[in-house]
Design a protein around this ligand. Structure first.
Ligand code: NAD
Length: 306
């Protein structure tokens, strides 16, 4: 099989590193910067480019779990299969969210900012708190959501979840459906967004949902920027309707330099890196290897989206 590795994967890891890891699957080449994608059966990519539709591909693998940038209908019309990288980010994103929650509760982000000014600044007596005993609502209980829920449960937090089918999930005390989202978030000290961006989840959290949240609550978004109405979030943060937010994803990325979010004391901004880990390429290699096997055997693919 001829596998192309699109140069855009370098946003996450060096393309040549992945080529070495999957050298056993067939002929594997990194598509050079100045050349179009051609002469390959499969393409492993971060970016989507319209030219992919005319490249005579059988299969495209997205190195991200989120595939909202791909045109599903056009791919299906051309008979190009699309797979994503869900299933591999539960540990990395779970630990990142654990870090955000710990930072807010133990005020670590405040001390780190103070350190830049050589300022010795203890918190007010009632500012710091422990995660044990706090409540967290996780919206979306797939790979990411379960990675968050299991860690929160271990910390002694009360975990509520939102999923389309309200059946029980390990580490989650109570499960709501999306129609009861405002009820699900109303008592939570932390609300964590771990859903894919779809027509149903675009602006899932807007003025109404933010109003329903506690004024001492923190919103954590590791899903996609457009899942939150960012203007409504800014209003809530500026008016004291929310205590703070940890945001890894934004409506516009990179977050524009003039965004007020950069300067808010209780907002932690991270540059879409919640899943970053040095093992990333190894996990992608395992997925690609498995699907090469399946493609050659004429079987359905793992993580098939289209
Ligand atoms: P996943 O497919 O394992 O889980 C997504 C879950 O959300 C599924 O269980 C699905 O049923 C559920 N869901 C879909 N629509 C819903 C709705 N309206 N209400 C409640 N639940 C709903 O995917 P994942 O690996 O957990 O990733 C989820 C998303 O997170 C990705 O699509 C991607 O956009 C984003 N992501 C971000 C990063 C990052 O670096 N910040 C990393 C990985 C994934």
């Amino acid at each position: 099989m001829d596998v192309g590795i699109h140069r855009s994967v370098r946003q996450i890891f060096p393309p040549g590193h992945l080529r070495e890891l999957i050298a056993d699957v067939g002929s594997v080449a990194v598509v050079p910067d100045d050349r179009p994608v051609e002469d390959c059966d499969a393409l492993v990519t971060f970016a989507y480019e319209p030219a992919f539709l005319d490249a005579d591909l059988d299969w495209i693998h997205s190195v991200q779990a989120g595939v909202d940038r791909f045109p599903f209908e056009d791919l299906s019309d051309r008979g190009i299969r699309l797979t994503n990288s869900t299933g591999i980010h539960g540990d990395a994103v779970g630990e990142t969210v654990f870090g955000y929650m710990t930072s807010f509760a133990r005020r670590l982000h405040v001390y780190r900012s103070n350190q830049e000014r050589r300022e010795w600044g203890p918190p007010a007596w009632d500012e710091a708190f422990t995660l044990a005993g706090q409540s967290v609502t996780v919206v979306g209980l797939g790979t990411l959501g379960r990675g968050v829920a299991s860690r929160a449960d271990c910390l002694g937090m009360h975990v509520t979840g939102v999923r389309r089918t309200p059946t029980p999930v390990d580490h989650v005390e109570r499960v709501y459906t999306p129609t009861d989202l405002t009820e699900a978030v109303a008592d939570a000290r932390f609300v964590v967004l771990t859903v894919p961006l779809t027509e149903e989840t675009r602006k899932l959290v807007g003025e109404f949902e933010l109003d329903a949240m506690r004024s001492d609550a923190y919103l954590i978004n590791v899903a996609r920027g457009a899942v939150v109405d960012q203007a409504a979030l800014l209003d809530a943060l500026e008016s004291g309707g929310l205590a703070g937010a940890a945001l890894d994803v934004f409506e516009d990325e990179p977050l524009p330099a003039d965004s007020p979010l950069w300067e808010m004391d209780d907002v932690v901004v991270t540059p879409h890196v919640a899943a970053a880990t040095r093992d990333y390429a190894d996990r992608i290699a395992a997925l690609v290897r498995e699907n090469c096997r399946r493609l050659e055997a004429g079987r359905s693919l793992a993580n098939e989206v289209v």
